[in-house]
Structure formats: structure tokens, C-alpha cells
Design a protein around this ligand. Structure first.
Ligand code: SF4
Length: 1003
């Protein structure tokens, strides 16, 4: 019954590969026993494609980047990608990753006294040389403490011993670090690329030499950009009322620590090409795509924006390098989405020709392009066409303020005219939504400015109405957050608006949004208030932070976790007056971040603040006066001899160099354009020749054969929905990290794998096309498998002949063997391609075929002996299991209140069971066929976990269970699904319909 090979009578069994790593093999995650109990265990196990694991021996330094948020947030963060690549590129350095565990895993770890471990090598954080903390926003500070605490590291720097790692923090909020100073050994202020590898080597070397912690910190303090808080003392400033760094203490002077810490930044970004090989998330990341940083810094000078100041000057990457990074990132990882990221994409000097150059390549790959941080200008008609052609249905802008007066105060270089013109162009192209970001509570704001936010939304909606889009009125969303005055900005002295006043403004906006039929999204006012406290906070806020953490504050940026009351109590218990941080600060007072030197001339920010209060604008620097968009061709750029604006802010940009670099970028894009046109001509000729010979016709070319109504939106997806295809059944094993991937995760992993193999899939029809594929029954998290199945509709060469029934079985086997090889080469760790079959036209789908499955469970010799003795008796009668009743279910169910359970006899589903005592393995076969009416039954879907429990008389963790094979019903009873051949073919109606549509789309 449990023979690993199919019966000899089965026809055409496809070739077999053995999974390299069985479910019980070494390499099981040390927390596998309980990972199956927590939500999304894929967050914690690592093992992704492109992960880098280095043996610790011989390394100069082991570094772990501990991101203070969930995996899906951290894996979307570009800075994490950059650092991971930067450090791991050095052979003598290792960078691993750790993310904050969600509440459920934290509880499991605490209950068992286990530490937070890295994803790559499952090493506790306390065992690294250096723990890196990524500081992205203030509300993640409690998670900084959580990671240290769970990682086995004393919270306070002063309490750490010689064996504890050095804790280094960096990121945008490291420019105003005082609330975190007791917990962090040293801060890296600015951009890490040029400093971090050397710093890590130095720390690693000194630790290996047995040097004291104090010596290491003293050596680090001499490195430009490094702030060691222990070397400075604070005092209260009379004018601002805040604790400010007043100078170096004796240890700081002895160490040679600088009086002010200078921000470090990279002069030439192209020295550090954007990484294209980052671990590909299994669990869904917030931004599940190959995002590429195209520019650092911004020319616009918005007065509320900290990033616009602390990333000065603007530095653009070489457009050729950007295109290479985007395409390599997509091709290597198999992502279906990518995005260009910059603080203000529309102000990147070559954005127009860059997108136009990139779009055809992405269309060819059916990859969607997202363009972040657009402005309401610079969107000419042809650029919008290109963006639309790569799958984007909605665009997002940030006018930030609802009236021109307010936009002048904040120095936002956008007019009403820009917004409405862009809206008209966007809606005219069939985009179905626009989202606009606004800020309320800005300095000098009046009620008219708040009303202006909703009015802007109304006017944009009216544009759609004037275009006659009544029948399919686009969605206009207005997203409003509140202003938080940030250090190192012209508004750093401005007051944070009182929460009660913000509530009133939200109420007003809600009424107007309802009246104007626009969507309104708002940001939590209490969270912003707290963000202000930590942004402008001093060392007093450290105690508030610690108290809040110790009383349970976690994931404060997550609405379901944020507790305002807890923070109010922590503030009161610490004896801190929050109004110190929210009120207007005096221009002549000292501030808690004054010792951090961003590189600005003294007085620059104050002058901008004064101009703001008088509604006077400072046009963008680095552009000709009055210009909004840059030249889009080299000729235009050469012809424009106007001087570029500069305010001598202290960064000291070389304006002629800036002008020259932009010209070089435009010229190199022009060269690329010429090359692309030549290549496309060649491909067209090759395609014609290939088509004549019956070879594969790509989707891009198929588009040309469809009638216009079929590709009215220029989408390659439409063609991929109509194209002839072959149905391919792929059998695969799941082991190691893949066992903790949920069914939805698997549905993302397989298309990526196909993309990496260069295999095109058919897509579903409809508004949101997805690759056409189906899977066998879902496995519980943690359960391994040897022979799972996915059925894929693939656009194979000659698929039209296949659909017409012209392929011989021998031809199918040749195709299957080629696919097996290609897929095996790109399968991610833990997923082993076992066999591939190209099924004949009309063969039943797997959903109709799967009737059972074989399982094996590693229960150990001792339990195996007990179960062997008890098994005959257990199988002789009913096998009762308790299952939680689903409340509120429909007729026929004994559904009770939540918490109630029903008793179910699973014995009819157990076809056979036996125990191999010497191997310590229980094996059983389950009937997975669905009885008529079962959908209405509480017995729906037999659960292997319950069967194991019933057969063993005790629960067994899921990670010890393996589904050995799926079974189909053959003439001789249940046989392995993998062994099915053409004898079971049966033409289905759906197939006939699809074949007819595909035939129509042929030439
Ligand atoms: S030096 Fe001039 S161009 Fe450079 S960031 Fe400052 S103001 Fe802008």
C-alpha cells in the first residue's frame, strides 16, 4: 500500500527527482515545534531565494540587522536591501536579518525562555558581534527595545557586559537620537555605505583581540558620522526648556569624540550600484516587488520634510544602471511588480525618458511598474500612456495643502492648475482612481485651508464628471495626516497642533468628503502626537519609552496595538511634561539635536521658517528659476543656459557638475533608445521567421494579432488570457522553510519561479488578471510533502497544436523533460521539482481527480511501540475527534456559540494505517474525496492533524507530519496522482471553450 513507486500498470510515469531534503532531515528550524502555532510562520524562518548564509569561521565581524517591525515591513525597506548587499559583498563580513516577532511568537518565546534568532543561521541576537538597529520612524522605538530584550541583550547600554554585542543604530531618526541614547551604544548619522563596513571590521577585530567595550566605543567615536552618547553630557536649556547635549564628558574628551557629529553621505551613488539580489520574501511583503532607488535627496525644499534636508544634496543614479537594476531585480527574483523610488520622482532630471525606455522592457515581461511620489506636474500625455501600459490603474500625488496660500507656506511647488490638468490627462486615459496626500495642522493653517483640502478633491472629481465619466466615475481619495514638526527642518520650531483641534478638523473633513462624494482617509491623531514627542524629544523621553515598553507597548505604528492610555500613564509616571515637546520652540533656544551636524549653514533653517510665516516661497534649488520639469532631451538641456537656483544652504553643490551629469544621463538614455529600436527590429524579423517555422510566439507579439477590443488598454495580460496554452502538471516536494509557507504564499512563489525560468503563463481574464494555475488540497503549516501538485496553463511553443490534439505522447514527454530541467534549476530552497507532465487536451483537472493521500508521521520509537499495540483496537471502532463549531453557520449544523465544539468520527476517512516501529513512523492513508452535501457538513475536509491525534492518542506537532503522495481513483483503486496517464483523459466543456477562443486568436 505504501510503496514509493507507482503501480507498474500506470501509463507514462514521468521522470522523478528525489527531494534533496526530507521533512525530517537535519536543517529543521529550532523553533519548528511551535512555529506552526503562530500566524504567518514564514516571517521567521528565512531560507528564501537569494538569502546569504556564511559560515562564522574566519569572519571579521558577524552583524545582524534587527529591523524593529514585522518581516513584511522590513523586507520592503530599501535601506535593508542596500545594507544586506553592502555587508555581504565583503567576504570577511556577514549580515544576517532579524525582525520583531508578532505578539503570538513573543508569547511563545517568553513562555519557553527562548531568544529571538536571526533568519539566516538561527543565531540568538546576543551572539553577534554587532546588532544593527534600523530607525525608520519614532513609533517603532518600543520594538527596538523588544528586539534587544528578546535577543538576550540588556536594554541599557550601561548594563551591557564585555560579551554583549555592540548595538549600532542608523536611519533617518538617528539624526535626532536623544530618546534612544540610553539603549544604543553608538549611532551612525547619515548614509552607511562608506562607513559601516570599516566600522564593523574594526569592532570585530577589537572584540577578537579581547579589547574592552569602552575601548571599542572610544575607537568608534573617532569615525566620522559616529555618535557615542556615553561620551556627552546634557543640561537643560533655559530658553527651550529641553535637555540638550552641552558638551563632551571626560571620557569623550579622552576618546577624541567630536564636539558635533557630522552626517556622512555618499558623493557618487553609482559607486554603490543598487542591489539586485535580495532575499525574495516567501511571506507577502508590504511592497512585494523589485523596488529600485533612483535618486537620493530632493531639490524641492518642502519646509515640513525632514528627508528633503537630511538627504541633501540630490544625487541621481546613472539611468543605464537604473534600468539594469530594475530588469535584473525582476528577472533574478521573478517579481511581477517593480517600482522607481525617489523622494520626488517627478523631479528626477531624466524621469520622462527613463520611464519611456523602461516601459517596453517591462511590458515584454508582463511586469507592472509603480512610480512613487509623483507630483501633479511633469505628467505629459506620452508619459502617462507609458505608465498606463505597464499596468497601473491609479496614480498618487502629494499636493500636501489644499490652498495656494498654504502651499506657499510649506514651499510646495504645485499649483491648482497643475493638479487639475494632470487629473484631466489621467482620467482621459481611463485611470480609475487618483489618490492625493495632504497634511493638516501646518503652521498658520486656517479653516479655509482645511476646507481647501476637500475642495481640491471635489474639483478633481468634477474633472472626471466634465469628461463624461458618469457611468464609471473614478475614485478620488483624499488622504490626510497631521503635521509633526521634525528636527532639522524649517518647521522644527513650530507647534504641533492640539489633538482636540485636530479632531475638529477631521470632523469637518468627514462632512465635506461625504458631501463631495470623495473618499477620505485619515491618520491617527494620537499616534502623530506621540511621534512629535519622540521627534523633538530629549533624554527624558527615554524613561517614558522604557516604561511604556515594560508595560506592554509594542508595534505602536499598528492600529490594533497602539494604546494611548498606556502612553499617557508612562508619561505621567516618568514625570514628563509633554507640552515641552509640542509647543512652539524659541528660535534662540538650544535643541536636543543641535549636536548633530547635517551640513547646513547656521541660520538657513531659521530664514526658511521666517519666509514661511510670511508665505514667501523658495523655488526649488538645482533647477532654473521658475522651472518645474527638467529638459527631456540633450538638445533641450544644452539650449537651456539659465542659471540653476542655489541658496548656499551649506551643502556646497557644484552646479556646473550637476548640469553636466544631467546632460550625460540624457545622452546615455538616447543611446539606449537607439539600441532598443534596433533590437526590436531584429526581434520582429526573428519572430516572423520563428512563426513560419511553428516555434513559440511570445505574448508581446500575440498582442498584435488580437483584435483592438481585446487589447484596448495595451495590456499584455489580455493576450496572455487568450493565447493557446498547454496544461502542465507539476509535482513538487516541500521541505525545510517551504513547509511553513501557507497556500497563498505558494501561489506567489510558483509564478515567480516560472518567471525566473522564462516560462510564460496564461492569465485569467478580467480586471485583475492572475496566472492561471490550480493546486492540490492545502497543507497545514509545518507539514512537509514529497509529491504535491500544481496544474499550470503555460504558453509553450506550439501550444496551439497541443490544444488541437496534434501532439503525440512522445512530444509531451520531450516538453515535460525540458520543463522539468528548467524548473528544477530555479526552484527556491525547500521546493523540489519531482516530476512534470504535459497533460493531454481535455484531461480532467486535478480538482476532479484527487481522491486521497498517504501520510507519514515521525512519532519516535517509543510512541510508535505504544501506537502499534493500540492501533488495531482504535481502527476497529469510531475515531472521535473534537472540532470547534463555527458559530452562525447555516442549516443542518449543530453550530453553537463561539468556543463550542462538535465530536466527529474520522474513522470513515481513514482507509488504512500502520506503524513502522523500528523507524518510529506512523503511516496512514486518507480518503479526501468529497461526499455530496459535505460542503454543508461540519465534517467538511478531513484534517490530518486530527487523524494523527486520534490514531496516536496524543497530539503530534505538524512539522513531524509529511504528505507522501496525492492519490487519484484508478480502475484498480487509489493510485498515485503522478502515475496518471492519457487513459484517464476526458474532454471537458471548459477546455473545449478555451480551445475555441485560442483558435480564434490565431493568425
Ligand atoms: S547647496 Fe544649493 S543646490 Fe545644493 S542643496 Fe543647498 S541650496 Fe540646494
Amino acid at each position: 500500500m505504501f510503496s514509493p513507486d507507482p503501480p507498474s500498470s500506470a501509463a507514462s510515469t514521468p521522470p522523478v527527482q528525489t527531494p534533496s531534503q526530507g521533512t525530517y532531515a537535519a536543517g529543521v528550524h529550532p523553533y519548528a515545534e511551535f512555529l506552526g502555532k503562530v500566524a504567518k510562520p514564514g516571517r521567521y524562518i528565512g531560507g528564501e531565494e537569494q538569502q546569504q548564509v556564511k559560515a562564522p569561521e574566519g569572519l571579521a565581524c558577524r552583524f545582524v540587522l534587527a529591523f524593529p517591525d514585522l518581516y513584511e515591513v522590513g523586507m520592503s525597506h530599501l535601506g535593508t536591501r542596500i545594507l544586506y548587499d553592502l555587508i555581504n559583498k565583503s567576504e570577511d563580513l556577514a549580515c544576517e536579518r532579524a525582525f520583531s516577532p508578532w505578539i503570538d511568537l513573543e508569547a511563545e518565546l517568553r513562555a519557553r525562555g527562548l531568544p529571538l534568532v536571526s533568519l539566516e543561521s538561527q543565531t540568538p541576537l546576543r551572539d553577534f558581534d554587532v546588532v544593527g538597529v534600523s530607525l525608520q520612524y519614532e513609533l517603532s522605538y518600543t520594538n527596538v527595545l523588544l528586539n534587544l530584550d528578546l535577543g538576550g541583550i540588556p536594554l541599557r547600554s550601561a548594563e551591557r557586559g564585555e560579551r554583549d554585542p555592540i548595538v549600532v543604530a542608523g536611519g533617518p531618526t538617528a539624526t535626532h537620537p536623544e530618546p534612544l541614547t540610553p539603549f544604543v551604544d553608538l549611532f551612525l548619522v547619515g548614509e552607511a555605505e562608506e562607513v559601516l563596513p570599516g566600522l564593523l571590521r574594526m569592532i570585530g577585530r577589537m572584540r577578537r583581540e579581547g579589547r574592552a567595550r569602552a575601548e571599542i566605543l572610544a575607537a568608534a567615536a573617532k569615525v566620522t558620522g559616529i555618535y557615542v552618547p556615553a561620551f556627552y553630557f546634557v543640561e537643560r536649556d533655559e530658553r527651550s526648556g529641553l535637555l540638550v547635549v552641552a558638551g563632551r564628558n571626560a571620557a569623550g574628551i579622552a576618546a577624541g569624540a567630536p564636539e558635533r557629529v557630522t552626517r556622512v553621505w555618499v558623493r557618487d551613488l553609482d559607486q554603490y550600484p543598487f542591489p539586485t539580489e535580495f532575499p525574495v520574501p516567501y511571506a507577502e511583503a508590504i511592497f512585494d516587488r523589485a523596488a529600485v532607488e533612483i535618486t537620493r535627496g530632493c531639490t524641492e525644499g518642502c519646509r515640513f520634510c525632514q528627508a528633503g534636508i537630511i538627504y541633501r544634496p540630490v544625487r541621481e543614479r546613472d539611468p543605464k544602471a537604473i534600468i539594469k537594476a530594475v530588469l535584473e531585480g525582476v528577472d533574478k527574483a521573478g517579481f511581477a511588480d517593480t517600482s522607481l523610488t525617489a523622494l520626488s520622482t517627478a523631479d528626477v532630471s531624466c524621469i520622462d525618458p527613463l520611464i519611456k525606455e523602461l516601459a517596453p522592457e517591462l511590458r515584454r515581461r508582463k511586469v507592472k511598474l509603480g512610480v512613487a511620489s509623483l507630483r501633479a506636474y511633469g505628467l505629459n500625455e506620452s508619459l502617462l500612456d507609458e505608465i498606463k501600459s505597464v499596468g497601473i490603474n491609479g496614480l498618487t500625488f502629494a499636493p500636501e495643502a489644499g490652498t495656494q496660500r498654504m502651499r506657499d507656506v510649506i514651499n510646495k511647488n504645485v499649483s491648482d492648475e497643475d493638479i487639475l490638468t494632470s487629473a484631466r490627462r489621467i482620467f482621459a486615459r481611463g485611470y480609475d482612481r487618483i489618490k492625493m496626500y495632504f497634511i493638516m495642522g501646518l503652521p498658520t493653517e486656517t479653516e479655509a485651508d482645511v476646507v481647501g483640502i476637500a475642495e481640491t478633491g471635489r474639483r478633481v472629481r468634477e474633472v472626471a464628471r466634465d469628461l463624461g465619466l458618469h457611468a464609471r466615475m473614478p475614485t478620488v481619495t483624499v488622504s490626510v495626516s497631521q503635521h509633526v514638526p521634525k528636527p532639522h527642518t524649517p518647521f522644527q520650531w513650530a507647534a504641533m497642533e492640539a489633538i482636540e483641534d485636530l479632531y475638529g478638523k477631521v470632523k469637518l473633513l468627514r462632512e465635506l468628503a461625504k458631501r463631495y462624494r470623495i473618499e477620505l482617509k485619515t491618520h491617527n491623531q494620537q499616534e502623530s502626537w506621540l511621534e512629535c514627542l519622540f521627534s523633538r524629544g530629549d533624554r527624558d523621553m527615554a524613561e517614558v519609552l522604557e516604561r511604556a515598553y515594560l508595560t506592554g507597548a509594542r508595534f505602536e505604528g499598528w492600529r490594533e496595538c497602539f494604546s494611548f492610555e498606556r502612553w499617557l500613564k508612562a508619561i505621567a509616571d516618568a514625570g514628563v511634561d509633554p507640552s515641552r515637546y509640542t509647543r512652539t520652540l524659541p528660535l534662540d533656544g538650544r535643541l536636543p539635536w543641535d549636536h548633530i551636524d547635517i551640513g547646513l549653514e547656521p541660520g538657513f533653517l531659521a530664514e526658511e521658517y521666517r519666509k514661511a510665516l510670511k508665505s514667501r516661497v523658495s523655488p526649488p534649488c538645482g533647477k532654473p528659476f521658475g522651472a518645474k520639469v527638467h529638459a527631456t532631451t540633450p538638445d533641450e538641456a544644452v539650449a537651456d543656459a539659465r542659471r540653476l537656483v542655489c541658496y548656499d544652504c551649506g551643502i556646497a553643490c557644484d552646479m556646473s557638475e550637476m548640469r553636466q551629469e544631467r546632460l550625460v544621463s540624457l545622452r546615455s538614455l538616447g543611446e539606449l533608445k537607439g539600441q532598443r529600436h534596433g533590437r526590436e527590429r531584429l526581434e520582429t524579423e526573428e519572430a516572423a521567421a520563428a512563426a513560419a517555422g511553428g516555434a513559440m510566439v511570445s505574448v508581446e507579439r500575440l498582442r498584435g494579432r488580437l483584435n483592438p477590443s481585446q487589447h484596448a488598454e495595451g495590456s499584455a495580460f489580455k493576450a496572455a488570457a487568450e493565447a493557446p496554452y498547454s496544461r502542465v502538471r507539476m509535482f513538487f516536494g516541500k521541505s525545510g522553510p517551504m513547509c511553513f509557507m501557507g497556500h497563498l504564499d505558494l501561489m506567489r512563489v510558483i509564478p515567480r519561479m516560472l518567471r525566473r525560468a522564462g516560462i510564460e503563463t496564461a492569465f485569467s481574464r478580467g480586471f485583475n488578471p492572475v496566472p492561471r494555475m490550480s493546486f492540490g488540497p492545502a497543507l497545514a503549516l509545518g507539514v512537509g510533502a514529497l509529491e504535491e501538485v500544481a496544474e499550470l496553463d503555460l504558453l509553450l511553443p506550439g501550444a496551439a497544436e497541443d490544444m488541437a490534439g496534434l501532439w503525440s505522447e512522445a512530444r509531451r514527454e520531450v516538453e515535460a523533460a525540458a520543463l522539468l530541467e528548467r524548473l528544477a534549476a530555479v526552484a527556491p530552497p525547500g521546493l523540489t521539482i519531482v516530476a512534470v507532465r504535459v497533460v493531454a487536451p481535455g484531461e480532467r483537472r486535478i480538482g476532479e481527480l484527487i481522491a486521497g493521500a498517504d501520510y507519514s508521521v515521525a512519532i519516535g520509537a517509543e510512541l510508535a511501540a505504544e501506537v502499534a499495540a493500540a492501533l488495531p483496537g482504535r481502527l476497529a471502532g469510531p475515531l472521535m475527534v473534537e472540532r470547534a463549531a463555527k458559530p452562525g453557520k447555516r442549516r443542518g449544523l449543530r453550530a453553537g456559540a463561539a468556543g463550542a465544539s462538535v465530536a466527529i468520527d474520522v474513522r470513515p476517512r481513514v482507509i488504512a494505517a500502520e506503524v513502522d516501529v523500528s523507524a518510529g513512523i506512523l503511516r496512514f492513508r486518507l480518503d479526501l474525496s468529497q461526499d455530496p452535501g459535505e460542503a454543508e457538513s461540519p465534517n467538511k475536509g478531513v484534517r490530518p492533524r486530527e487523524v494523527v491525534h486520534a490514531l496516536c492518542g496524543a497530539p503530534v506537532p505538524d512539522h513531524r507530519v509529511c504528505r507522501d503522495r496525492l492519490l487519484a481513483r484508478g480502475s484498480e483503486g487509489l493510485i498515485p496522482l503522478r502515475s496518471l496517464g492519457p487513459l484517464l483523459n476526458k474532454m471537458g466543456e471548459q477546455w473545449q471553450r478555451e480551445a475555441a477562443i485560442a483558435a480564434q486568436s490565431q493568425v
